[in-house]
Design a protein. Structure first.
Length: 142
């Protein structure tokens, strides 16, 4: 994590360039993603992606193409997270540039700070590309 950035802050305004996605629509999409994930509803998460949407995890060097594959990936992630304890997920404030969104996230219980970043492309209200970069477990941000 860059120097000076240690916590996910809620309430700050999104950084937006001209000709960009509407910040409220982006936040709504992120809020729906989070709610569906925390409910263990992989179908609802999948519905937020384009039919040919792509979800990729850098730490696994894996990608899931298509809504059905995204649902399988999310179901697997949720099962893994719930098997070790409380399932948590928080988004930071999105940075929006055109159709591209960068947003930090935290998916580790008791962490309280970002442990990853998602780079997304959103077209017509659907995620068409979602690449996740996550710190290795127990790295402590170092």
């Amino acid at each position: 994590m860059p120097a000076g950035v240690s916590r996910i802050s809620r309430g700050a305004k999104a950084v937006v360039s001209e000709e960009s996605l509407d910040p409220d629509e982006v936040q709504g999409l992120l809020d729906r993603w989070r709610a569906a994930y925390l409910a263990g509803d992989s179908v609802a998460v999948g519905d937020l992606y384009a039919l040919d949407g792509l979800l990729a995890f850098a730490e696994e060097a894996s990608s899931y193409a298509g809504r059905d594959a995204v649902e399988v990936a999310i179901e697997s992630r949720f099962a893994e997270a719930s098997s070790v304890g409380e399932v948590v997920f928080e988004w930071g404030e999105p940075i929006i540039d055109g159709e591209m969104v960068a947003v930090e996230f935290c998916d580790l219980p008791d962490r309280g700070e970002a442990n990853g970043v998602a780079i997304m492309r959103i077209v017509r209200g659907r995620i068409v590309f979602d690449r996740r970069f996550r710190e290795p477990p127990n790295s402590g941000g170092q």
